[in-house]
Design a protein around this ligand. Sequence first.
Ligand code: ATP
Ligand code: MG
Length: 180
Amino acid sequence: MKLLRLILQGFKSFADKTTIEFADGMTVIVGPNGCGKSNISDAVRWVLGEQNVRNLRGQKSEDIIFAGSESRTRKNGAEVTLVLDNSNRELPLDTAEVSITRRILRNGDSDFQINKRNCRLKDIHELLANTGLGKGSLAIIGQNRVDEVLTAKPEERRAIFEDVAGISLYRMRKNEGLQK
Ligand code: ATP
Ligand code: MG
């Protein structure tokens, strides 16, 4: 699954609309301490549905909205869009690019969109379940997560292998079926 671009607005240190294009090959993001490199991977995690703000290095959901600086007032909301390459129709949507958007306002309102149409978080999880980008995926490994994999309980470790093997969608559906 290839990422084409990430568009951030009001997310953490990215007050203004910022577009990061991922060219072919490897992209490396470099910069001094505190310039916002990790905030970019936090944005990818967040738009893909991360529900635990601690995993984004925050305490409360507002912490992901630009909080203002000496010269700028704070923002009222954050919006991140991740655009995926779907030219091979790997995702079950008939568009060459698939965009996933997540928005949140300070008053707590939030929503998700796929290709600019409102959807549920569950739709995003299902869309991505077999791509390696899904829930709990190891596509993004934070500085502290290597240990976590090594010390995971057997069932947690099995979930990792299931995700890599592309069968977590079926497990999600099975669990849903069992709840009914
Ligand atoms: P390092 O090289 O130390 O890992 P980094 O480039 O990964 O640094 P980040 O952790 O991405 O840096 O960015 C930290 C910066 O983001 C801090 O300056 C912090 O003030 C800023 N920041 C985080 N959340 C917000 C927010 N809600 N509003 C404004 N700025 C924020
Ligand atoms: Mg960092």
